[in-house]
Design a protein around this ligand. Structure first.
Ligand code: SF4
Ligand code: SF4
Ligand code: SF4
Length: 434
């Protein structure tokens, strides 16, 4: 059995390349999970796809740059890259100023894993894929740790706004799901990867399947490439209302400015919530709110505890004065609560309130800062900065250096350590070849 998870050459190179990005594909200890990783790669990438993808720079790059790295004629390469983009393996990005096209290898998450189950029209063997995803994600905690084992993660909880008191002071714009929708211009809705996977494993829940909301650039990519359909703002608002009414958790891109997606998640299918419940990992950055029961109005019905997606509420027996029978009272574990507000919406007595968390969790300003932090915390900053062939002095590099300069001192020290060691290695290499 041991050989089944072994990767062929092109796929080993591809894994090495993915491991240099913000989310890699580490090798699990579990035998079946290892085999599943091989299966996923071989289903999604032909050997030729893998050979091209493994040569793509970590940063977005122009066709000519990639042609140099792969040795393929630009015309032929462009056809390949367009095909990879159509399958969600590569993102094509338009430079906002020049309109020039750049290509970027999608990470597995949020990226080609999800895209593989967001369409129902292509020829992919979805059941086999779903089984392989399940085995790779849950065989052991290796992949969950890759995604969620560091401080900066891909998603953050957005509190249900109806769970907030009107007089709650200082709810910031970026904490409001309604504001994310108001400030966006393009919207698309796609199939929920996690529920689609669950459906192929014969355990789909009642929550809607078509409910993953993409915004702006993300929405354009999803609609243009056929991973979902473009919708109007009104439909996006309705979709979020429906999600709230069904007790789903809003989890969005972990950035304050211009989030590109808002997921509406259930505890039974969502991989992010399952990583909290199964592996006890801080898979989602909590909102700046935490639930607190008001005992005067609480009837001890346990609805809140049943609704909580992460088991943060425990019901304890309590004595009620002048009553023969006791009752139950909820206790919220603040460090486990992700601040979603689902319990407050579920409580018919309005006895579960959302209040400000003592310390507001840190949310990166934008995608650039989040990528930088993720790379830094995973020891991959040098890959991002010294990405061979992606062109120095680029707008990308400037923005990255600006984001680095804004970081707290401790993070900048860590960054300089990662970069210094790379400088030293390079210097040694060049001395060796002199
Ligand atoms: S994260 Fe949530 S909405 Fe997104 S695909 Fe998973 S369950 Fe569906
Ligand atoms: S749902 Fe409301 S009333 Fe019922 S136990 Fe929870 S806080 Fe109390
Ligand atoms: S206690 Fe549970 S349901 Fe309530 S806000 Fe916290 S995580 Fe959400």
């Amino acid at each position: 059995m041991g050989h089944l998870g072994r990767l062929k050459g092109e796929y080993r190179d591809l894994v090495e390349r993915l491991d240099a990005g913000q989310v890699g594909l580490p090798e699990p200890r579990d035998e079946r999970a290892r085999e599943a990783r091989r299966e996923i790669l071989e289903i999604l990438f032909s050997p030729e796809d893998a050979a091209i993808a493994s040569r793509l720079p970590v940063r977005p790059a122009r066709l000519e740059t990639i042609a140099e790295r792969t040795g393929l004629p630009p015309r032929e390469l462009e056809t390949h890259l367009e095909d990879l983009a159509a399958r969600g393996i590569v993102f094509d990005i338009e430079h906002p100023g020049s309109g020039a096209k750049y290509y970027l290898l999608a990470p597995p998450v949020v990226g080609f894993f999800e895209f593989s189950l967001m369409r129902t029209t292509d020829e992919l063997p979805r059941k086999r894929l779903a089984e392989a995803f399940e085995a790779y994600f849950h065989g052991d905690e290796t992949f969950a740790r890759e995604l969620f084992g560091a401080e900066t993660v891909i998603g953050r909880t957005l509190v249900h706004e109806t769970a907030l008191d009107d007089e709650m002071p200082e709810v910031l714009d970026w904490e409001r799901v309604s504001r994310a929708v108001e400030e966006s211009e393009h919207f698309a809705v796609g199939l929920c990867f996690c529920r689609h996977k669950a459906e192929h494993l014969d355990r789909r829940c009642e929550a809607p399947m078509e409910i993953c909301l993409s915004l702006n650039g993300g929405a354009r990519f999803i609609a243009e490439r056929g991973f979902g359909r473009a919708i109007e703002r009104r439909e996006a608002v309705d979709l979020l209302t429906r999600a709230r009414e069904q007790g789903l958790v809003h989890i969005s891109d972990n950035v304050r400015r211009e989030p590109s997606w808002i997921c509406n998640c259930c505890a039974c299918c969502c991989e992010q919530i399952q990583a909290i419940n199964e592996f006890d990992l801080p898979a989602v950055t909590p909102s700046g709110f935490v639930a607190r029961p008001e005992m005067e109005s609480c009837k001890g019905c346990s609805r809140c505890a049943r609704a909580c997606p992460v088991g943060a509420i425990t019901m304890h027996p309590r004595r009620v004065e002048a009553r023969v029978k006791g009752s139950l009272s909820p206790e919220v574990k603040g460090e486990r609560c992700i601040g979603c507000g689902v319990c407050a919406v579920a409580c018919r007595q309005h006895a579960m309130r959302m209040e400000r968390r003592a310390e507001r969790p840190y949310v990166p300003e934008n995608t650039m800062e989040r990528s930088l932090r993720m790379a830094l915390e995973r020891g991959r900053l040098a890959h991002l900065i010294f990405d061979q062939g992606a062109g120095r002095g680029s707008r990308f590099l400037n923005r990255m250096v600006q984001a680095l300069c804004r970081m707290p001192v401790a993070d900048r020290v860590l960054a300089s350590e990662q970069l210094r060691s790379r400088f030293i290695r390079r210097a040694l290499d060049s001395m060796g070849s002199a």
